[in-house]
Design a binder for this molecule. Structure first.
Ligand SMILES: CC(C)(COP(=O)(O)OP(=O)(O)OC[C@H]1O[C@@H](n2cnc3c(N)ncnc32)[C@H](O)[C@@H]1OP(=O)(O)O)[C@@H](O)C(=O)NCCC(=O)NCCS
Length: 403
């Protein structure tokens, strides 16, 4: 029995929705004009008890890079239930309804806790790496930066230079969320309240010999003084580069800032090449965390819209407890850009649930990993090896922002 209702939000409810989410996550929201304009009320669901909103979830209209393509992906965010209304099925009702309503073939999210979303068919599809770099031990990359190679930009000038770099990264690496101009504006806002004692955001770009921008870094610093002298902290927010020269020069720049003792970065890839550049890779102090979770909401469209690393022709038997209409047998045939996924009556080559499909969708987790625990089984010998090779991707996924 439920004692709450669920409906779409309406325009003008942003502050209430954000208030419930902030209360659930334990932060005080500071809504601003850009976030209000980014609010899509028709894509937000609220649970209500009488007139009061007690739970929320939102889907953002954004695209995402997947192996070989950039596709629409419902970016799920703002999931929260007021403390006094928890463990009564409010979130479950919101999330299941959201999954059934999103028009995109996949939904993606970052989870506050890894135990929450597996039950809804989300699979952990990308691992991220975070660094807490000991700058005194790590040793600078062996590069020399020429004068003029790295320059500073103001936020006003940055969007037009940075946006094409991120779009190009999407063509190279899965897991990267696209940003509209308004979203870039939000991303580069620099409200004093949000700085947590750090400096204003610094924006630096790398230019090639022709002056074209081919990489950028966003960072902040914090003055710290220990009994041994200066121990400033660098917080790297984002570093994107399109060429080896830009990669090396930008990392050299942030790793060699005077007075700094540590550099924190939360969005490195699992195959981040940084360890090749430094003298002491253990001083990177790497930590692995789940980043993007993927939920396949429409198997035919989802499998048909990505590319596969090697040719494949397999029948997958997919189960989906929450969305039976999404379950069944599907023949996937792919050879380079020719990809077809369609329902079939043919016998299955391998069986799995929509959760494993989501986990392997970005090419970051081998399907064979799930065979070891019986979550993927094969009816045709060799099917798991073929599927594992096809779903894998040479470049691992990375998600550059918690949305
Ligand atoms: C996480 C949260 C949204 C859950 O809301 P809720 O309405 O209490 O969840 P439900 O009652 O619908 O729970 C559905 C199931 O998920 C489980 N669950 C809920 N929160 C969980 C958690 N943090 N970890 C693991 N399982 C959880 C419940 O036990 C229940 O399991 P069951 O079906 O086996 O009984 C709520 O606790 C919250 O707002 N937390 C703080 C904010 C947050 O972390 N939001 C998520 C942002 S990504």
């Amino acid at each position: 029995m439920t004692d709450f209702d669920v409906r779409a939000a309406v325009a003008g409810e942003y502050d209430d929705v954000q208030g419930v989410f902030g209360g659930a996550m334990m932060f005080d929201p500071s809504p601003d004009d850009v976030s209000r304009r980014l609010f899509e009320p028709e894509r937000a669901l609220v649970a209500t008890d009488g007139a009061a909103i007690i739970g929320t979830t939102r889907a953002l209209t954004r695209d995402l890079s997947v192996p070989g393509a950039v596709v629409p992906a419902a970016h799920v965010t703002g999931v929260g239930v007021r403390p006094i209304h928890r463990r009564r099925g409010v979130m479950a009702e919101l999330i299941v309804r959201q999954l059934r309503e999103v028009p995109e073939a996949i939904a993606v999210l970052w989870a506050s806790e890894p135990g929450i979303y597996g039950r809804f068919g989300y699979g952990a599809a990308a691992w991220g790496t975070s660094y807490e770099i000991d700058l005194r031990r790590v040793g600078p990359p062996d590069v020399r930066i020429r004068p003029g190679e790295i320059t500073e930009l103001t936020a006003d000038d940055a969007i037009k230079e940075l946006a094409p770099i991120l779009r190009s990264l999407q063509e190279r690496r899965p897991g990267v969320s696209g940003r509209s101009e308004l979203r870039w504006e939000g991303h580069l806002q620099d409200k004093k309240d949000d700085r947590d004692g750090r400096t204003a955001r610094q924006i630096v770009v790398h230019r090639d010999e022709t002056g074209t921008v081919d990489g950028y870094a966003l960072w902040r610093g914090k003055l710290e003084w220990s009994h041994a002298g200066p121990a400033n902290q660098v917080m790297l927010e984002e570093l994107v580069s399109l060429t080896p020269a830009a990669y090396k020069a930008l990392w050299h720049y942030v790793l060699t800032l005077d007075l700094a003792a540590t550099l924190g970065y939360g969005y490195a890839a699992m195959d981040e090449p940084l360890q090749q550049l430094v003298v002491t890779p253990t001083a990177l102090n790497r930590r692995v965390n789940e980043s993007l979770w993927v939920r396949v909401t429409d198997v035919v469209r989802a499998l048909g819209q990505r590319r596969y690393a090697v040719p494949v022709d397999l029948v997958l038997d997919v189960t989906d407890e929450l969305m039976p209409a999404n379950a069944g047998r599907f023949r996937l045939t792919a050879d380079g850009p020719k990809v077809l996924c369609e329902r079939t009556e043919d016998a299955a080559d391998l069986s799995l649930s929509v959760t494993e499909l989501g986990a392997t969708y970005l090419g970051g987790r081998p399907l064979a990993e799930f065979a070891a625990t019986g979550r993927v089984t094969e009816q045709t010998p060799g099917a798991i090896d073929s599927a594992t090779a096809a779903f894998a991707w040479p470049v691992l996924p990375v998600s550059l922002e918690i949305f």
